[in-house]
Design a protein around this ligand. Structure first.
Ligand SMILES: NC(=O)c1ccc[n+]([C@@H]2O[C@H](COP(=O)([O-])OP(=O)(O)OC[C@H]3O[C@@H](n4cnc5c(N)ncnc54)[C@H](O)[C@@H]3O)[C@@H](O)[C@H]2O)c1
Ligand SMILES: CC(C)=CCC/C(C)=C/C=C/C(C)=C/C=C/C(C)=C/C=C/C=C(C)/C=C/C=C(C)/C=C/C=C(\C)CCC=C(C)C
Length: 614
């Protein structure tokens, strides 16, 4: 069939005039053309508006074909129509996608893949050249480095909270993983060292042996965490902004939902203080929370603390063979396998708003893409400060920015070292705070260290290990420096951190280095496209647990957010949950899932009101 010679219908035609037929395996003769098969599309996906858009797209497509522009898609709707999805001239009529996702962090990818498997046509726009954002990877001199943390929660084959495993399975991926016997080895002031073993009882015994007088308090505090975790684990996790699902869960699991509702506004620090008095043990709980949220226990929602403190024993921490980057790569591949698309080097500069509704995205190279819904995986500060005009900040976002600030960015050092510098049985993850508990939250105060080659040797050339060292660091420390001073400061700060580890953990570390690369907050701002290179949101004051954290809908119709500045916050599994929630809400709004507009209005109103109480 000559797709370019097909006819056009009259512009007045409606969906009833059209018959949607699959194209089968038809191949395009134009090497730039992609031919999509729309057999799974239901007519309801084509409103009048869309049909007109397609027709308009045909004319444009033909013109562009003559100009040798790439066609993006071909739709067979009885007569063959061609349409293109992007436009440099900004015609709103070429709307084609159900959703555009700005950013391919795990949050964005999970939202995109979940939508794609529900039958939506999704376009992901990623500024960088590979997917993953903070969960990406990079390769140098035979080393494969994880960009961010290597601690992967929610990656087991058990229960309902293994959201990473579930997200991959949804697009037909199952990854080989390596179980980590120790989530983290803490090296704390006063020579207090403790390993968080995979086996819960082993960890608790070790903790009780250090604080025998607090045995009961320890059991009670972690007992509350288990109560919350078990409640979470009993639910089917979907959008808390979708009333049919939410009320359904309350009906099916009333006790568990009430437990979660009760703990939703509470923090780990208060709960710990109900049972524990020893200041050093409370400081340890602070350190436990700090690695979850970059703030102390008084500021860490108990639901988030419980999630992490129990999943590490329930499903355990598992590392993907080949590195963390494999997760994003698999999700991106899964997305494309579902018939959706991902564009790299696609730097979104603004969200196009028409009649108060988000309808498209404009890129820095001038291209524009249109969709029924826009999902931003950029932080809320970037979304409402850069992609949308700062001056038009909706009240909801003002409230968010009042309750949460950007956590400081971080300094990270990726090292390749000679393997023999590490003692046998070295753990994969370490948290180091040498002398003074007061330094826990200070910039450069505590050090995170991951050695993923302890689990997967294939990440480094034989005889070597990878060390990923990171610590909090504000971007202000790195601005206004000349190139020379900036480079010198990088060297100096890295040297100090490496010396601390050389002294505390691995004597000889400095002289065993074969590769070193230092990333500053500016590096993270640039490559992760996160405002000030922020690690994520942190509460300005003591929060009411998770109550103030916004979900996925925004004050702008058709615009959704996903990622760590949405409920439940920082963490790969947390952003995966945000992706699941977002996809469910968007699917309901575009007619791929059940929806009740009256209940929607009521629930969204109540949730908005609850946030004002926080
Ligand atoms: N910072 C770390 O060290 C680290 C490491 C691992 C995991 N994590 C976790 O990952 C979470 C973040 O995950 P996430 O999914 O929310 O986001 P993310 O920051 O990982 O990914 C966002 C993606 O969006 C892209 N992007 C941003 N603005 C864009 C634009 N204008 N145009 C096109 N692309 C754009 C970025 O390039 C990036 O790939 C953090 O909370 C953290 O807990 C962090
Ligand atoms: C809707 C209302 C008002 C009421 C209804 C009640 C109800 C049904 C509530 C339901 C709530 C739900 C379902 C909540 C779900 C919450 C979830 C899934 C939370 C998940 C949180 C996960 C977190 C916080 C994970 C964090 C992980 C992190 C940050 C890991 C970081 C690791 C490091 C930084 C590395 C450390 C590294 C070294 C080297 C030590």
């Amino acid at each position: 069939m000559d797709i370019m010679s097909s006819g056009l219908s009259s512009p007045q035609s409606t969906i009833s005039d059209w018959k949607i037929r699959p194209l089968g395996n038809q191949k395009s003769r134009n090497p730039w053309q992609k031919v999509y098969c729309f057999d799974q599309w239901k007519p309801r996906n084509f409103g009048d508006h869309q049909i007109h858009g397609l027709e308009f797209g045909v004319k444009r497509a033909k013109r562009r074909q003559r100009n040798r522009f790439p066609l993006k898609s071909v739709v067979d709707v009885g007569k063959v129509l061609e349409t293109e999805s992007s436009s440099t001239e900004g015609d709103r009529n070429s709307s084609f996608y159900d959703a555009i996702v700005i950013g391919s962090g795990v949050g964005g990818l999970v939202a995109a893949t979940q939508l794609a498997v529900k039958g939506a046509k999704v376009l992901v726009l990623e500024k960088y050249v590979i997917p993953g954002g903070s969960s990406g990877f990079y390769q140098r001199d035979g080393f494969t480095f994880d960009v961010g943390s290597s601690v992967m929660f929610g990656f087991s084959d058990k229960g309902n909270l293994n959201l990473i495993t579930q997200a991959l399975a949804a697009v037909g991926c199952r990854m080989q993983v390596i179980p980590d016997p120790t989530t983290v080895h803490f090296h704390l002031p006063n020579d207090f060292s403790i390993q968080v073993h995979r086996e819960y009882n082993k960890f608790i015994s070790e903790l009780v042996s250090k604080f025998p007088h607090e045995r009961e308090g320890i059991l009670k505090f972690y007992g509350v965490c288990w109560k919350i975790f078990n409640a979470l684990n009993s639910l089917e996790l979907k959008s808390l902004e979708e009333p049919i699902y939410l009320f359904g869960q309350f009906f099916k699991k009333p006790l568990e939902c009430l437990t979660l509702a009760y703990y939703l506004p509470q923090n780990a620090g208060n709960i710990a203080r109900n049972y524990i008095k020893d200041p050093e043990l409370l400081s340890f709980i602070d350190a436990e929370c700090f690695i979850v949220s970059t703030v102390n226990a008084m500021q860490t929602p108990i639901i988030n603390a419980s999630m992490v403190m129990c999943d590490r024993h329930f499903g355990g921490i598992n590392y993907p063979v080949g590195g963390i980057g494999e997760i994003a790569k698999s999700l991106a591949k899964g997305l494309v396998d579902q018939g959706s698309e991902i564009l790299y080097k696609a730097n979104a500069t603004s969200i196009i708003i028409e009649d108060g509704k988000a309808v498209g995205v404009k890129l820095s190279d001038g291209r524009q893409f249109y969709a029924k819904t826009i999902i931003s995986n950029a932080t809320r500060w970037d979304t409402f400060g850069k992609l949308l005009k700062k001056e038009d900040l909706p009240e909801e976002e003002k409230r968010f920015q009042k309750a949460y600030v950007k956590a400081p960015s971080f300094l990270s050092i990726h090292l390749g070292v000679k393997a023999d510098v590490l003692p046998p049985d070295t753990d994969c993850h370490h948290f180091v705070l040498e002398d003074d508990w007061e330094n826990l939250e200070k910039p450069y105060g505590s050090i995170f260290l991951s050695i993923p080659t302890v689990l997967d040797k294939s990440l480094a050339p034989e005889g070597n290990h990878i060390l990923h060292i990171f610590t909090t660091s504000p971007i202000e420390n790195w601005e206004g420096l000349s190139r020379k001073d900036y480079e010198a400061k990088k060297e100096l700060v890295a040297e100090k951190l490496i010396s601390r580890l050389d002294k505390k953990l691995f004597p000889g570390l400095k002289s065993s280095i074969v590769f070193k690369e230092v990333g500053t907050p500016k590096t993270h701002r640039r490559y992760l496209a996160r405002d000030s290179g922020t690690y994520g949101p942190m509460p300005r004051r003591t929060p009411k647990g998770l109550l103030a954290m916004p979900f996925n809908t925004t004050a702008i119709s058709g615009l959704y957010c996903v990622g760590d500045s949405c409920f439940p916050g920082q963490g790969v599994i947390a952003v995966a949950f945000s992706g699941v929630m977002c996809a469910h809400r968007v699917a309901a709004d575009i007619g791929l899932e059940k929806k009740n507009p009256v209940l929607d209005t009521a629930l969204l109103g109540v949730l908005g009101w609850l946030r004002t109480l926080a």
